[in-house]
Design a protein around this ligand. Structure first.
Ligand code: SF4
Length: 372
């Protein structure tokens, strides 16, 4: 298959692994930030291909996984109102809140709909002037432009029956938070390719300098990840700590200025609570004051909902690279994709779901046949 095989070439992969092995003189812990990268690593057994001393740990870059329990509960509280048409991307519907998930709520009669683009909500709001259309606007910087465009279009059209429940988070404050933790083990990062396609990677340069860590913005195919790992190991072994761009076929240092200007016309930066991690200052987006009429939290008075994580779930430690899914006693036993306890088991990009999907709950390395 054209354009995929090139990035999955086994001979090239072996050469990259051989070069990493040749360079490596001591153990290193490297975090891939994105859930898409985690999925690719587990699917292709890339962590097992690497030499013994190179450990890949899984980061917080899965948008569904880090959406706080409070936000899921707020979504519930809004979606169960009879006047509301609650719209979301499909994977958010299965994330368990403290009162169950949105799919269950739908089976009980709530009008919960899956949309494929936020702009679908404009049509629904126009067609249903007597009802309230609410979109669950989650994700990293990658999804923020389309969600910002939805709000700007609704505002321009005077669609007062359309609002958004905003749970947008930003990657750079999360990386800084991980590095500030006394339990931090991460020495280098494979940075988020898709996020940087929008935002560029200037914001990562002060983080690399302040914490003396290499950050290599990396793509999602196996050879991307191996090359990103090689570039990170090369910096670590030579004592360098800069931001480099492995994903140059997609992005540059400045990202997409048009997309960024849409985002900052509608959103401003604010504190945000991350699931399993807690509140991180200035780590998310909230609607600007002039768009407050489209703020679902304000419209439906759900700002004060407060909830607790299930005690058994260690996804917060997994998202910080301190533990891995198979360190969780619930992994593959009481917590499975059919009965998830935490969000990292629900989302296709979640580390627990990826470990389960590729058989790592069955026997060590059973799914890949790897020996590491
Ligand atoms: S296996 Fe389930 S309970 Fe354990 S950390 Fe993952 S999501 Fe949480």
């Amino acid at each position: 298959m054209k354009f995929l095989d090139e990035y999955r070439d086994q001979a090239l992969a072996r050469r990259l692994v051989a070069e990493i092995t040749r360079l490596q003189t001591r153990p290193w812990v490297i975090m891939e930030v994105c859930g898409g990268q985690t999925h690719s690593i587990v699917k292709h057994g890339i962590d097992y291909m690497l030499p013994e001393g190179i450990e890949l740990v899984h980061g917080p870059g899965c948008p569904v996984c880090v959406t706080s329990l409070e936000m899921i509960d707020k979504a519930h509280a809004i979606a169960q109102r009879p006047e509301v048409i609650f719209c979301s991307f499909g994977d958010m519907l299965r994330v368990p809140g403290s009162r169950g998930d949105l799919f269950t709520l739908r089976s009980e009669g709530a009008d919960v709909r899956v949309v494929y683009t936020p702009l679908d909500c404009l049509k629904l709001a126009r067609q249903n002037p007597g009802r309230e259309v609410v979109f669950f606007a989650i994700g990293f910087e990658t999804t923020a432009p389309a969600n910002a465009m939805l709000v700007a279009r609704a505002h321009a059209e005077g669609l007062t029956n359309l609002s958004v429940l905003v749970s947008h988070v930003m990657v750079p404050p999360a990386i800084a938070n991980i590095l500030q933790s006394p339990m931090n083990r991460v020495q280098g990062f494979l940075g988020p390719g898709h996020v940087c396609a929008i935002m560029g990677y200037r914001e990562y340069e002060p983080i690399a300098a302040r914490f003396k860590v290499p950050i290599v913005i990396t793509g999602f195919e196996p050879l991307d990840i191996l090359q990103g790992t090689l570039m990170t190991v090369r910096q670590l072994e030579s004592g360098r700590y800069t931001v480099e761009n492995q994903y140059a076929r997609i992005l540059d240092r400045n990202g997409n200025p048009s997309a960024r200007s849409v985002v900052f016309a509608v959103f401003e930066v604010g504190d945000k609570k991350w699931r399993g991690v807690g509140s991180i200052p200035k780590s998310g987006y909230k609607l600007r004051w002039e768009y407050r009429a489209h703020d679902a939290e304000r419209k439906f008075s759900v700002a004060d909902v407060d909830t607790q994580e299930p005690a058994a779930c260690i996804s917060g430690q997994i998202l910080k690279g301190i533990k891995k899914p198979h360190d969780c006693p619930a992994f593959g036993t009481v917590c499975t994709p059919l009965h998830p306890l935490g969000a990292t088991m629900v989302s296709a990009e979640g580390a627990c779901a990826a470990y389960y999907a590729y058989g790592r709950h069955l026997a060590p390395h059973a799914a890949t046949g790897a020996t590491k």
